[in-house]
Design a protein around this ligand. Structure first.
Ligand code: ACM
Ligand code: ZN
Length: 665
C-alpha cells in the first residue's frame, strides 16, 4: 500500500515543477491545478491547541517578491496524529492549512512546503498526509578527529531539518581531542582538546602528542557550554535533538594524557582505557555526565563503549581487586560493570543510555538504546533483551567510506559505500516482526579521521545522508533507486547553489569494471594450496577465491577479496593439473592504507613440474604507493610448468595483504 502511494507521489511531484521531494511524503493528492500564492506579509495564525510556527515554517512561507497576501495560513491541531511528527497539509488557492500535533510536526510539514514551493513563490494545491516510519533519523558527526566550527554544525542542522532528519549525534570525545568545556576538569579543554598536528593521519602516525591551549603550534578546539546551549536551542527549534557522546572506557587517550591517574598505568602516554578498578574513574565520569546533562536536555546520552582494548586491566592491581570483589571471571568484564554503573546513574537522572553495541556486555536497563554498528545478530540480541536498537551498520551507514572509485576520490578510511548501497539498506529485512519492534531508527556516521575540512565533511555527507533521510522517513525501499537518485542529484544541485560542497552524482564512476565481468584463464577452477592460511575474518569464497574468475571491487569486504595477516602473509601454490606453457601470472592486490591494507613488497614466482621441487623464476620488489587503489602484480615470460607458487611478503609497514585472483595465461 505504502509503495503504491509513494509511486503516485513521485509521478505527481514531476507534474508540479516544484522543488524536489525528499523524503517522499507518504501520500499526496492533487486538489486542483491552481496555486496558493505566497507573500512577504503572510504570517500563520495558530488555532487553539495547535503548536506554534517554527523557524522552518517561517522560512517556507518567506518570499522576496512583494505582493499582497491572497490567502491565509492556519496551523491547526492534529489530535489523532499517528505520531508526534506526523502532519497534514491542505493547500487551496485561499488557504494553506497545516495540521500538526507538535512543533516537530510543524517543522516536518514546513520541510515539505519548502520542497513544494516553486521558484516564483507558489504552492501547488495538494493534500498531503504524512508521518515518519522511524522515530530516530540521525547523523553522527565526529568533531574529535577534526574539529569543526559551530557554523558548520548549524548548516548541517539546517540541511538535516529540511529533509526531516531529527537527530544530530555529536562524537565529542576521542583520542584526537576533547571538544566540550567541562568546568570541573579544566585540563580536558586546557590540554586534551589540543594536539601536535592538524592532520589526524600525520598525528596518529606520528607522536600522538598533546599541547596546551594557547600554544601557537597546537591544533584543536572545543565548544564552550554557552556555545553548546546555543547550538542545542538552534537545533531544537528545527526539530533536531542533539545527542552528546562521551566515550568510555576506551578511545580515551586524550583524557588520560590530561588526567593520567585515571588509567591503570598512570602513564600520560599510551593509555587508551580508563581504569575501571579505580573509584576515581566513576566519580570523574559521573561528574562529567552531570555537566553534560545540564547542557544537553536530550533524553539520550551516549557513552560510547566501543573498541576498548582492555590490555592494561589484567596487570592492574585495582582492576584485579575490583573484579574479585564483584565475582567476575575476568577483568574484561569490568567493561560491562562500568557501563551498567553509568546506565543506572543516567536512569537515576531520568535519562536513557545510548551506546555502541559493545555495551551489551552486561545487563542493562530495559529501553537502553544500542547503536548497532556491527552484525545484525547483535541487533537481534538487543531486541531479545528488551533493549531498543538504532541501526547504523558499517556496510550501509558509514559515510566515511569511499563513495566512488577510490583512485579518483580524496583519501578515505577505506571501504566502498556508494549512494545506491546506502539506499539499499537491508538490516530490517534480516529481523523478524518481533525484533523489528525494537528498532527505533537509523543513523549515518561520519567518522572524521580522513576529513580535515568542513567542505570535505559536506562532500562525504551529501547525497548519502539523503538516502538515510528517505529510509528513516519511509522505511527500507529498494525498487525505486533510479527515481531516488534523480531526486538526490537535484537536491545536491540546490545545495551546491547555496554553497554546500556535495559529491557530484553526475560524475560517478561506480563499481570497479573488473568486478562486473568474470574472467576466464588457465587457472580457472584450479586447486589452490595455501602454504600460509588466509584469515578466517576475510575468507571471501574460501579456497576457490583465487581461481574463481571473480575479481574484487572497491572494498576489501565485498567477499571477493581474501585477507592475509601475520607471518609472511601470502604464499600459495596453484596446480594446473598438467604441464603446460605459461606466459603470464598476474595477481590482484588491494592497497587501502586507511584500513591498514598494503600491496605486498615483493612478488616471487616459483615453478615445479612435480609439486615438490620448485625453482624461482622471478622476484620483483615494489615500493608501494600512497593511493587507495587496486594493483595487479604480473610476471610475463614463457615457461612450461604444472605448479605455480606465488609468494608476496607484506609491505614494510606490515598490515594486511588482500588478493582477489591469480590470473594465469
Ligand atoms: C565504531 O565504529 N567504533 C563505533
Ligand atoms: Zn586498572
Amino acid at each position: 500500500m505504502r509503495r503504491f502511494l509513494l509511486s503516485c507521489v513521485g509521478a505527481l511531484a514531476l507534474t508540479l515543477s516544484a522543488q524536489t521531494l525528499l523524503p517522499l511524503p507518504q501520500s499526496m493528492r492533487e486538489l486542483s491545478k491552481k496555486t496558493f500564492v505566497l507573500s512577504p506579509d503572510l504570517s500563520p495564525t495558530v488555532a487553539d491547541g495547535a503548536p506554534m510556527a517554527t523557524p522552518l515554517l517561517c522560512e517556507a512561507l518567506r518570499v522576496a517578491t512583494p505582493r499582497a497576501p491572497k490567502g491565509v495560513c492556519l496551523i491547526l491541531p492534529y489530535p489523532d496524529a499517528p505520531n508526534d511528527e506526523a502532519y497534514k497539509l491542505r493547500i487551496t488557492p485561499d488557504s494553506l492549512l497545516v495540521y500538526a500535533k507538535t512543533s516537530g510536526g510543524v517543522t516536518c510539514a514546513a520541510a515539505t512546503l519548502l520542497q513544494l514551493r516553486t521558484e516564483k513563490g507558489r504552492l501547488p494545491c495538494v493534500e498531503v498526509e504524512d508521518a515518519p516510519a522511524y522515530a530516530w533519523r540521525g547523523v553522527m558527526l565526529d568533531v574529535s578527529r577534526h574539529f569543526f566550527p559551530l557554523s558548520h554544525l548549524k548548516r548541517q542542522i539546517d540541511i538535516l531539518a529540511r529533509h526531516k532528519m531529527n537527530t544530530l549525534h555529536l562524537h565529542l570525545t576521542d583520542a584526537a581531542g576533547w571538544r566540550m568545556e567541562i568546568k570541573r576538569y579544566p585540563r580536558l579543554t586546557g590540554k586534551a582538546a589540543w594536539r601536535t598536528k592538524a592532520s589526524w593521519k600525520e598525528w596518529w602516525n606520528g607522536d600522538r602528542g598533546y599541547r596546551c591551549e594557547g600554544d601557537s603550534a597546537a591544533y584543536g578546539g572545543y565548544y564552550t557550554q554557552e556555545e553548546l546551549r546555543d547550538l542545542v536551542a538552534y537545533a531544537h527549534a528545527r526539530n533536531i535533538n542533539i545527542v552528546p557522546e562521551i566515550e568510555m572506557p576506551g578511545h580515551s587517550e586524550e583524557v588520560l594524557a590530561a588526567y593520567p591517574e585515571l588509567s591503570c598505568t598512570h602513564d600520560p602516554k599510551g593509555a587508551a582505557d580508563f581504569c575501571p578498578g579505580n573509584v576515581g574513574t566513576y566519580d570523574f565520569l559521573e561528574n562529567i555526565l552531570l555537566e553534560v546533562m545540564e547542557v544537553f536536555p536530550s533524553q539520550y546520552i551516549h557513552v560510547g563503549g566501543d573498541e576498548a582494548g582492555k590490555a592494561a586491566w589484567k596487570d592492574c592491581p585495582l582492576c584485579q581487586q575490583k573484579a574479585k570483589e564483584l565475582g567476575l571471571d575476568h577483568v574484561n568484564a569490568l567493561q560491562g560493570h562500568l557501563i551498567r554503573h553509568m546506565n543506572t546513574f543516567l536512569a537515576r537522572h531520568g535519562r536513557t543510555l545510548v551506546g555502541w553495541d559493545e555495551v551489551m556486555a552486561d545487563t542493562l536497563e530495559p529501553g537502553t538504546h544500542i547503536m548497532n554498528w556491527r552484525s545484525t545478530e547483535l541487533a537481534r540480541e538487543a531486541a531479545a533483551r528488551n533493549l531498543k536498537v538504532i541501526l547504523t551498520p558499517g556496510a550501509y551507514c558509514y559515510l566515511d567510506y569511499y563513495q566512488d572509485a577510490p583512485p579518483f576520490q580524496p583519501e578515505a578510511i577505506g571501504g566502498y559505500l556508494p549512494l545506491e548501497q546506502v539506499y539499499r539498506f537491508v538490516s530490517m529485512e534480516e529481523l523478524n516482526t518481533e525484533e523489528r519492534k525494537a528498532v527505533c531508527g537509523v543513523q549515518g556516521n561520519l567518522w572524521a579521521e580522513y576529513i580535515p575540512t568542513v567542505a570535505h565533511a559536506e562532500y562525504m555527507l551529501y547525497p548519502r545522508a539523503l538516502a538515510l533521510a528517505e529510509i528513516g522517513w519511509n522505511g527500507e525501499s529498494r525498487e525505486a533507486f533510479p527515481d531516488f537518485r534523480k531526486r538526490a542529484a537535484a537536491v545536491c544541485d540546490l545545495l551546491r547553489s547555496e554553497g554546500t560542497n556535495t559529491f557530484d552524482l553526475y560524475t560517478e564512476i561506480g563499481l570497479r569494471k573488473e568486478y562486473l565481468t568474470p574472467i576466464s584463464h588457465k587457472a580457472l577452477g584450479a586447486t589452490v594450496v595455501y602454504n600460509l592460511p588466509f584469515s578466517p575474518y576475510y575468507p571471501a569464497a574460501g579456497a576457490s577465491t583465487l581461481t574463481d574468475g571473480l575479481r574484487g571491487g572497491w572494498t576489501h569486504s565485498d567477499q571477493r577479496w581474501q585477507g592475509f595477516i601475520g607471518g609472511k602473509r601470502f604464499d600459495v601454490t596453484i596446480d594446473l593439473e598438467e604441464v603446460q606453457t605459461v606466459r603470464s601470472v598476474a595477481t590482484g592486490f588491494m592497497h587501502a592504507p586507511g584500513a591498514e591494507i598494503y600491496v605486498p613488497s615483493a612478488y616471487i614466482l616459483l615453478t615445479s613440474e612435480d609439486g615438490k621441487n620448485f625453482t624461482e623464476v622471478s622476484r620483483q620488489t615494489f615500493d608501494g604507493t600512497d593511493e587507495t587503489t587496486c594493483q595487479t602484480y604480473i610476471w610475463k615470460g614463457k615457461i612450461r610448468t604444472r605448479y605455480l607458487r606465488i609468494q608476496a611478503p607484506p609491505a614494510a609497514k606490515g598490515g594486511w595483504v588482500f588478493a582477489d585472483e591469480v590470473v594465469v595465461k
